[in-house]
Design a protein. Sequence first.
Length: 718
Amino acid sequence: MMLKKKKIFIGVLGASVLLIAGSNLAINYMIDRQKINDQLSEIIEKKTGRKVHLNHLSLQLVPWPEIKASDIALANIKDGKADYFIHAGKFSAKINLLSLLKKNINIHALELSNVKLNLEENQDGVKNWEFHPYKKSYIPSEKNKKKNKKKWSVNFRTINFSHVQTCYDNFKNNKHAHFLLKTVDIDQFEGNKIRFEINGHNHQANFSLSGRINHADALLLHRNVVSSSPVKFQMVLTEYFQNQNVGNIHVNGTVKDSINLKNFSISARGAILNLQNLNLLFPHANLPLVENITFNTLFEDVDTETEKNSKPKIKLLQLNMGYIPIRESYKDFDLTNVQILANQFNENINIQFKGKVNDNIFSWAGDLGTLNNFQQILFSDNLKEIPIKGNLSSDNYSAQIHGTVGGKNPSLKIKLNALKIDHQSSKNGFVEAHDIFYNGKIYLPFRVDIQSINHIRDEILHNLGAEGNINGKNLQFNQYNFNNFSGYFNWNNNQLKINNAQFINKQNHLNLDIAYNHNNDDQKLYVTIHPSVIPMEWLEQRYKLAELYSGPIEVTGNISAKGSNYDQWIHSMVGRVGMAGIGGIVKAEGLRHYLGKAADTLPLKKNLSTQCLAVHFNLKNDQLYFDTFTLQAKKFALNGTGYYSIPAHQIDFHIVPDISLGSFSASVPIIIKGNLDKPIINFEKNKDKVFTLSINTIKKMLERTDYCSDSLSKARAQ
């Protein structure tokens, strides 16, 4: 962009210089001004390849030779959107006419006002500020070569532009900008030194650019490397908003090849109150909110004996930033201070920052390898990795990190020790854990180059991968508590897997495989329940059951759910679950709640030991469909099927009790319907008979039918 600005300035100034140089003809055509006009137009057209319009041209010899013109316009490129490249309302130049005979343009004062500058780049990439002079159709003789050997030189005292409206339209990349240069003042002193001051306005902010340039003749007239007198410059850019200074940048250095921007040494330092304020000056920048920025850096592109075709290098990097919100969607995640420091080319880039997550402060201290190596990676076409090492810490956790990020095959080793993690939300409920250890790797593959910087954040979030062992103590998830937990953690391509996840306390042991697909189009949770032990109280609390059974329950099954949070999962579960209990206690009061008066036919005490409890059901759309339900005690057994609607708390069960009392056995089919809190119990007719009764007269005691073996097999089936 700096090269473009310089070419634009040279183009505008060059057109003015050609206008002055052509005024040499005024000596020969002082009487016929139309000839002067035509000749000047022809010269400018040959030099620029564009048509020029001059109006009201006049020459004044006293008290100082001065050229005046108005309504000046230089044509645009072919098929350009604007009618002209530049248009000026008024032009005046006070010059030394005698110096023109010596091919020296000596300008005492040059003024250009009410200027409209249209900068365009068409869809083919053609730029209208690049001029293409007409080629000469003749071969100069040796005499003419010697005659024209001397080149023109330029020197001036003051140049003033006022009210310069500039429009930039890039139709190739669909970028547009409009800004106003209120005043441009340029002074030449001590031969070839220039001072300048520019005041302008763009979008919602004002700006000023001031500075000085040494060896200005090299900048203006020479296209080759100027080894003996490099261009030296220094400038200050300041932005104002509502008359307040919101940022300034100081730049100084030297350039030997000013046209191609080669062999330079440039240092820049500055302070910006808020990076987002630059959007007021550059509306298409879309810069993020970053507060209190200070920086100091050095860029060099200097050929050495060992490196003739050098590439631009950052030799010094000092950057401090204040408040940085990471993402708008993560309003509780902010960086409060960032420091990046590399004082020498072969010194490590040290990075320190502090941040805040949910009001918990954390800090990082580490490095990214040497400044030299980092730039080689950044400007390389290959997918190379960036080395990184350091420590991440807070009041609740600490982590040691070492490895590489970015590139094609990154691998970051992490040892994490978290004293406590707790989180509560309306969608996912409450989670708290203590003494968490993670030992594994994290993969952050992304393309490391300048062109990809704007997309790195999204690329990291999409390509982030991790794997390793995780374990901890005292985990509480909503109303569930565990003394220990562990598992093998894997995150890849927005998919989470936790294999062999163990959740253990004194009475319970859950063994799960968990998989979660986090892709936006297909967010699903998959859980495989390997043989695990849970208390019946969990089910009673979850489904609001009366106290029916006491004892450990062995659970197996497969469950899947859609959604991205606990509330969505719990209402979209689909799967099969089997539960098996051996040697538990049946609660008489709970059984009477569901069997009503039919419970009076059973030999119930307050609590009764059972031989088994076997349940198998399919889960779909908040409905439990039971294909197996068996509760067997010493003197009776209950077998049945049915369904339970979770949101409505409605049940519909068909139970067949098998009662054995000495020589008698009876079967009394029962229907249980209605609300879970107040079920309605009826006897079910079986071929117009309410119940069946068998009497064994041969043996006093009947051998009990074993329902447990078959029912437990069904309950434990995957």
